[in-house]
Ligand binder design. Sequence first.
Ligand code: NAP
Length: 260
Amino acid sequence: MSNDEFNKKTALITGGAGGIGLAIAQRLAADGTQLILLGRNQEKGDAALALLTQTGATVEFHSVDIGNQENLSHAMEQILQNHPQIDILVNNAALSGFTGPVLETPAEALDSVLAVNLVAPFLITQFLLPGMKKAGYGRIINISSVAPRVNPPHSVTYNMSKAGLNSFTASLSREVAAQGITVNAIAPGLVLTNRIKDSRLPSLAKESGRSTDEVLQAMTSRCDTKRLTTEEELADAAAFLCTPSARNITGQILEMSGGY
Ligand SMILES: NC(=O)c1ccc[n+]([C@@H]2O[C@H](COP(=O)([O-])OP(=O)(O)OC[C@H]3O[C@@H](n4cnc5c(N)ncnc54)[C@H](OP(=O)(O)O)[C@@H]3O)[C@@H](O)[C@H]2O)c1
């Protein structure tokens, strides 16, 4: 058995206090992984801390807007002072951003989505890579989307950001593979997180003149499996990518959409 089977790991998860990020945090904590969660909303962070510590997890939450480079750098410097060795990075936080036709999309909307969905994963990776290289071990998991393949209309900034994230995944994986660091993306189809229930479905319903139930049914029936992927299934996949069995899987975009 190699070292990575014995040592307890530390994982940094952006957007780890809610939705898919929290499911991944819960799953990794169940494996004994120490957690560092990043998000903007302190109340959400406190709730996640309460939930995770109840299960015996070692976890901390840092409130930071990762789209603000200065704030992000400051937070990362602080985190690295206390945790020079972070083994697992899950770049999960993202914004859906502006929805509308390309001609109506302001350049600022592109800037703000790229800042959170693409530039922040790039910068956080730059902070963590030296420690991973030194240890000869690292797992980087970027939460992408089916968007770069499906290209849903009126979501150009989001689609572009996730296409960039896939490209970053593939490019970086080649550069660091020989140093024990794998880089993969998980690309979900629709997942019924609170954000989707509270905001995305109602907005799609409004756009198409249908009820949210009708929109949900139409999206579900587009999946070959006739069901949506759950947060827990995504978390299981992320956890698998951190196991020794996955040590030779790198540069992959793992679609989990039920064939959407
Ligand atoms: N749900 C889906 O159907 C679906 C489908 C395909 C891909 N995905 C991808 O899956 C990932 C998670 O999505 P989700 O549905 O779980 O969304 P979510 O519940 O909205 O979670 C996104 C997280 O990102 C954090 N975040 C957003 N902007 C941030 C910023 N500027 N600084 C720090 N944190 C920030 C949010 O934290 P705060 O609330 O504290 O800001 C939130 O916890 C995203 O990458 C998304 O693109 C989701």
